[in-house]
Design a protein around this ligand. Structure first.
Ligand SMILES: *Cc1c(COP(=O)(O)O)cnc(C)c1O
Length: 341
């Protein structure tokens, strides 16, 4: 398919409408067969469950052009499985995992002209999501649902290199113990908007959330998991039931152990030990891993030895290896790369 006339290297991280998206509807207890559509708009009841009580969840993944010109997605099976978990927790019907992967394939294929070329730094972002579409006024699950999946090309997350950011310890909580922090629910983001805007107003790029119960352990940011590196090159990952299980972070752990031969510890991380780490990064699909140089904590600062000019050496290696796997320059573990044919 001919590439669209887009200035790939100047794309931002925004929504651009593409040609076709996938839609399936759940009605009378079953999913219909689903179809591709050119209609980017949704018409629904003014009383739809999603509009009244936020019954919705989503996923995020990317399609890449590899060095040899193939179009691939990265571990879409894990997005399918995670969406299943989100649906169960929100009393929504599960969209079958094999159909989820099929929908990803179809949407990428139909919008192949929007998959940015290798080397541009841009990618095709894919957004699967589901929501309650039938009217709900008493608080209960909707009876009918829609699953959709659209694609939008996004630019390199870091323009002109990945500069370390400064984040701030938040006085707000992201997720309650036994709440919904471990699923990708829209509601987790709605309530994070005020804290993130406040962080921005105060000059910080992101919030570091601590555990809501004791405010002593590191959880994550509004949309990315933490990864720390100790001074003797051990990778440390915070463990908590209210952290969203990032696919990027889980993949980086594998890369650290199996490609770089590093030791990895997944455990509770007390905020008091953060000052002793050598490197800090934020993991997620959007940026793969973005370096944190400095953490603000109520008027005092933690400065990582890696500094504010560039990424630390271990995070650089992790990032280069994982992006190499995604772009086909480094051999991938079995089952990580799905070619769109
Ligand atoms: C989506 C998300 C992440 C990153 O997950 P990936 O699967 O790596 O994209 C991290 N934290 C939160 C809260 C998220 O919603």
């Amino acid at each position: 398919m001919e590439k669209k006339n887009i200035d790939w290297s100047n794309l931002g991280f925004g929504y651009i409408v593409t040609d076709e998206r996938y839609v399936a509807n759940f009605k009378d207890g079953a999913w219909d067969e689903g179809c591709m559509t050119t209609d980017a708009n949704i018409v629904m009841s003014e009383c739809a469950g999603v509009l009244q009580y936020a019954q919705t969840c989503f996923e995020g993944l990317k399609a890449y052009t590899t060095v040899d010109g193939r179009i691939v997605t990265f571990r879409p099976d894990l997005n399918a499985a995670r969406m299943k978990d989100s649906c169960v927790r929100l009393e929504m019907p599960v969209f079958p995992e094999d159909r989820f992967i099929e929908a990803v394939d179809k949407v990428v294929k139909a919008n192949a002209g929007y998959v940015p070329p290798y080397g541009s730094g841009a990618t095709l972002y894919l957004r699967p999501y589901m929501f309650g579409i039938s009217p709900v006024i008493g608080v209960k699950p909707a009876e009918e649902y829609q699953f959709r999946l659209f694609a939008t090309p996004v630019g390199p997350y870091f323009k002109g290199g990945a500069k370390p950011i400064t984040i701030t310890v938040s006085d707000y909580d992201r997720a309650a113990p036994h709440g919904t922090g471990h699923i990708k629910a829209g509601l987790n983001y709605a309530m994070s908007l005020y804290p993130i805007q406040e962080a921005h107003r105060n000059g910080f790029a992101e919030n570091m959330y601590l555990d809501a119960a004791t405010r002593t352990y590191v959880e994550e940011t509004g949309g990315a998991n933490f990864l720390f590196v100790t001074k003797d090159n051990t990778v440390v990952i915070p463990k908590s039931d209210s952290i969203l299980p990032s696919i990027t972070r889980r993949s980086l752990v594998y890369v650290a152990e199996h490609y770089l031969g590093l030791k990895v510890e997944e455990r509770k991380v007390a905020f008091t030990e953060v000052k002793d780490f050598a490197e800090c990064g934020l993991c997620g699909t959007a940026a793969v891993i973005s370096p944190v140089g400095r953490i603000h904590d109520h008027g005092t600062y933690i400065d990582f030895p890696s500094g504010m000019d560039e990424m630390g050496p271990v995070i650089t290696k992790l990032r280069e290896t994982l992006t190499g796997i995604q772009m086909g320059t480094i051999e991938a573990p079995e089952g990580w790369i799905r070619e769109i044919k």
